[in-house]
Design a protein around this ligand. Structure first.
Ligand code: CUA
Length: 315
């Protein structure tokens, strides 16, 4: 689903080509080294000193100098010369003109994604990065806890998210689709479950999504959803989560305004199905050990079911 060797972004394309050249260079050296090994194993054993010795010694010296110094120097110089221009392009400068600005923060263990608006407001989502195809996106990456690393192998290289500083990554998806992103730096117990999805869509579809995501939450229409909304407020969920248009304005956990529109609301391993959402609410530690979200099994199954209905209506 997401491989650095199946690029869907311009930077990933450069990296894949670089890898191919490195692999070819390594193969050439390996074949040459094996050829020399076979030659040495099959060569006749050295005889006692004869008049031919001087000639053989000078041939051996030429071979060592050629195969041991000149050949590796040429191959490595060629590989480095080939690698430097794309690497220079991957090291990030200022945001390119017309680029989409996105702020991504690493949390333990989820991804806070914000599309800053012109008026200071913005659209907050979590564990999902939606990007328009064919447009540069300038990511501002940060962390206020430990070091994480942002990596979407299909689209671009990886970059660390270091507490106390902002790092930048510009990427340009070239193919629509859903791609897997991971945290590439060990960051604690649930590091391996700190995954996210990059959804690449056409520009007009992206604009429509951003507009819809900026709207306040829908009021639940079903009785179960309404009971869930009441349980959400009564249980204090709003002190950690925001649901725009309601009294819930917490910022410790993910913004849930349109949580049901996301592919994977809780990030791996929680998917959008009712069963998994209820299991998550009942015991988040079971699915994501070490998560800050407390277990809500004490609410009872009826209220957990209502909460699940409410969350699933937050489209
Ligand atoms: Cu975050 Cu590993």
């Amino acid at each position: 689903m997401s491989s650095a060797l199946d690029p869907a972004g311009t930077d990933a394309q450069h990296i894949a080509e670089l890898f191919q050249w490195m692999a070819i260079g390594a193969a050439v050296i390996w074949v040459a080294a094996m050829a020399f090994l076979i030659y040495c194993l099959r060569a006749p054993a050295p005889r006692p000193a004869t008049s031919q010795m001087a000639g053989q010694a000078s041939r051996a010296r030429r071979l060592i100098a050629g195969g041991g110094v000149v050949l590796p120097t040429l191959v490595l110089a060629g590989l480095v010369g080939n690698a430097l221009p794309p690497i220079a392009g991957l090291v990030d400068g200022p945001a390119p003109e017309g680029a989409l600005r996105v702020q991504v923060a690493g949390e333990q263990w989820w991804w806070r994604v914000r599309y800053p608006g012109l008026d200071g407001a913005g659209v907050d989502v979590a564990n999902e990065l939606r990007l328009p195809r064919g447009r540069r996106a300038h990511l501002e990456l940060s962390s206020d806890n430990v070091i994480h690393a942002f990596w979407v192998p299909s689209i671009a290289g990886k970059i660390d998210m270091v507490p106390g500083r902002t790092t930048y990554l510009t990427l340009e998806p070239t193919r629509a689709g859903t791609f897997r992103g991971v945290c590439a730096e060990y960051c604690g117990t649930s590091h391996a479950r700190m995954t996210f999805q990059v959804v690449v869509v056409e520009a007009d579809e992206f604009d429509a999504w951003l507009d819809a995501s900026g709207a306040p939450a829908k009021t639940p229409s079903s009785a179960a959803g309404q009971a869930g909304a009441a349980a959400f407020q009564a249980s204090g969920c709003g002190s950690c989560h925001t649901v725009r248009g309601t009294p819930a304005t917490g910022t410790i956990g993910p913004d849930l305004t349109h949580v049901a529109a996301r592919h994977s609301p809780g990030g791996s391993p929680v998917a959008a199905s009712s069963g998994e959402l209820t299991a998550w609410l009942r015991s988040p530690q079971h699915l994501k050990p070490g998560a800050l979200m407390p277990p809500f099994a004490a609410l009872g199954e009826a209220r957990l079911g209502a909460l699940t209905s409410y969350l699933r209506e937050l489209q």
